[in-house]
Ligand binder design. Structure first.
Ligand code: FEO
Ligand code: CA
Ligand code: CA
Length: 622
């Protein structure tokens, strides 16, 4: 990989600065201190939520329209949509669904999710945007609108997922996609990728097509993202197990395969009848070759992406970078499954060493949360290293490769805390506190998942936002303190009950299923939702999926944007001057009812990255 040539070198400096600045605010467990009040008394604090110095816009109402709503003075434009050709001579988007797999390999992928912006060092008007394409919607991908019916159709689906790297440039204050840039690139479900780290070459990663276990085809189900201080992009493989099935309907899966969701019938994906790679009866080890974090150098279009096995294998949501006080890289990661865990990787070597395989050597940990009074508590990171704490051959772990490939099993062995579906994790640029969305968990209270601690409600349909502060403000510390920043709920439907949520949730800002998170440079926390959009019952008054903005110190939350019908709002990045916000509208019209964003009569909805600006050119959210 060639690195640090074209891109802005400020990330490393910023992270270094962060470690020095330490915690400026009221502290992790002061300030907001907003907890589930069974009583309405705690809601009186809302009276104080009137004028956050961080937020200069008026919160907007919920909406159910097939359009994008923003506060007065803001506007949105489409940066790029599914199917747009990346190259000047590329195939045009074919709304009929008859376009080929080869066409899709040259077009922007479907269902854009997490993304990171990489500015050019020598030109403030140019940047690269690396964007995940999580999955596809057969309703729109194929002319027949159903599951794939041929190898070519499976190849088209694989081509629609992965990552798109695009160049963007600024003209008169507006960022636009640069079609034809030599940096534009697709990495999809059939692209060559290498393995590195302790599990590379392990017997469990070897297949007939790759007897050495070092080379794999493709990355898919790419959920959210991370950006390293050394200028690379991390893409996280989430629901990979949905893509595998078996031609043997009675195939007996072992415990580890079951723990990772193996089943003979893939989850509505159906690649295995047409591509033996996804047939567990023929290729059981292919299953182990997905569920990793992949590192990509966006500035080298010829580089081969690398699956970094030291970070563990699970349903990766995103990757949040931080650093220890002695300068080593830290990656926080969530496993988005009911009752699964939150992980942390700490590199062996310092970022300043200049090594580019920093994520191959280090220690993986999993979080245990100790419950305390009032939805606060302490916690600790439990090491997942072979040969320690019973992670040995006697318990089924022959090597560190086993620990990493079956990280979930190892984490259970350490009695980590089973969480309410960990989604995104972000680190505050101001005080280093870490925030994590726990999106919902309808099985909390069953299935051996106790109610309490950071997962305080049974049959949790709304979700919450957890945060923690590492001991000594050192992301390498073993211990931390935690609290709940927000507990989502519906105070109109469930007044006075735990389902009303925390005191900073009101009928004016309520939402469910917090998922994406992002911090801007000023320390505003942006919350993106992927929830129930029925607007009825538990969810009455919440409308479509949305994006909100929060003041981490006061706890105030305001609704900033509402997306179109059937969409999820996911993926967030800011231009360096904070005057353009890039945000993803994923799967508009998931179940019909949308023609966003073009609104052509009879047209198809298209997942899109939107550029949000202010009419007066000001900083977003200020
Ligand atoms: Fe891709 Fe858990 O969201
Ligand atoms: Ca998500
Ligand atoms: Ca979600």
């Amino acid at each position: 990989m060639h690195l640090l040539q074209d891109q802005e070198p400020t990330d490393l400096e910023r992270l270094t600065g962060l470690a020095r600045r330490g915690f400026l605010g009221a502290g992790a467990l002061g300030g907001a201190a907003l907890f589930l009040g069974g009583s309405l008394l705690s809601r009186s604090v809302n009276a104080a939520f009137s004028s956050s110095p961080l937020m200069g816009f008026a919160g907007i109402p919920a909406a159910t329209a097939d359009s994008l709503s923003l506060p007065p003075g803001y506007r949105a434009s489409v940066l790029i949509s599914w199917g747009q050709p990346l190259h000047a001579d590329g195939p045009a988007f074919d709304a009929s669904g008859h376009g080929s797999a080869t066409d899709q390999e040259q077009q922007f992928g479907d269902n854009n999710d997490g993304m990171s912006l990489f500015p050019f060092k020598d030109d403030p008007d140019r940047a690269l945007l690396a964007i995940n394409n999580e999955y596809t919607n057969y309703r729109y991908l194929y002319a027949h609108g159903g599951r794939p019916q041929s190898p070519e159709e499976v190849r088209k689906a694989l081509a629609s997922e992965g990552v798109s790297v695009i160049e963007v440039s600024r003209h008169n204050g507006h960022w636009q996609f640069v079609q034809g840039s030599p940096y534009n690139r697709r990495i999809h479900g059939n692209s060559p990728i290498t393995f590195s780290g302790p599990a590379a070459g392990d017997a469990l990663l070897r297949t007939a097509a790759d007897p050495e276990g070092h080379h794999v085809l493709g990355t898919f189900q790419n959920c959210a993202n991370g950006k390293t201080p050394w200028g690379t992009y991390l893409t996280c493989e989430e629901n990979f197990s949905d893509c595998f099935g078996s031609s043997n309907a009675s195939q007996a899966f072992n415990a580890a395969q079951k723990r990772y969701g193996a089943s003979a019938t893939s989850k509505e994906v159906d690649w295995h009848p047409h591509d033996l790679r996804f047939d567990m009866a023929h290729n059981p080890n292919e299953f182990n070759r997905h569920g990793w974090i992949v590192e990509i150098d966006p500035f080298d279009p010829t580089s081969t992406p690398v699956k970094r096995t030291a970070l563990g294998r699970f349903k990766h949501e995103n990757a949040a970078l931080a650093q220890t006080t002695d300068g080593r890289a830290v990656v926080y990661m969530g496993d988005d499954e009911r009752g699964e865990f939150i992980y942390r990787f700490v590199s062996r070597d310092r970022i300043a060493s200049g090594q580019r395989d920093l994520l191959d050597h280090g220690t993986l940990y999993v979080a245990r949360f100790e419950p305390g009074p009032e939805h606060k508590g302490s916690g600790q990171w439990l090491e997942l290293s072979h040969g320690q704490h019973g992670l040995d051959a006697g318990n089924g772990f022959a090597s560190q490769a086993d620990v990493l490939i079956h990280a979930r099993v190892a984490a259970s062995h350490r009695q980590a805390t089973r969480m309410d579906r960990p989604e995104w994790i972000v680190v505050s640029p101001l005080d280093g506190q870490v925030y994590c969305t726990l999106t919902n968990n309808t099985k909390r209270g069953e299935d051996g998942q106790p109610v309490g601690g950071p997962n305080p409600r049974a049959k949790n349909v709304y979700g919450q936002i957890l945060r923690w502060r590492p001991a000594g403000d050192d992301h390498g510390a073993v211990n931390f303190e935690w609290d709940l920043f927000a507990v989502a709920g519906n105070p109109a439907a469930h007044p006075g009950k735990p389902e009303a949520g925390s005191a900073n949730i009101t009928p004016r800002n309520m939402f469910n299923s917090p998922d994406g998170l992002g911090f801007d440079d000023a320390g505003r926390l942006w919350i993106l939702t992927d929830g129930d959009v029925s607007n009825q019952g538990d969810f009455a008054g919440m409308g479509n999926n949305q994006m909100l903005c929060a003041d981490p110190d006061s706890g105030e939350i305001r609704r900033f944007m509402v997306g179109p019908v059937g969409c999820e709002v996911t993926g967030i990045s800011f231009a360096p001057d904070q005057r353009t916000l890039f945000v993803g509208i994923q799967h508009p019209g998931e179940n019909g009812g949308s023609t966003f964003p073009e609104h052509l009569p009879g047209g198809k909805p298209r997942s899109s990255v939107m550029a949000i600006t202010r009419d007066d050119g000001g900083v977003i959210g200020a």
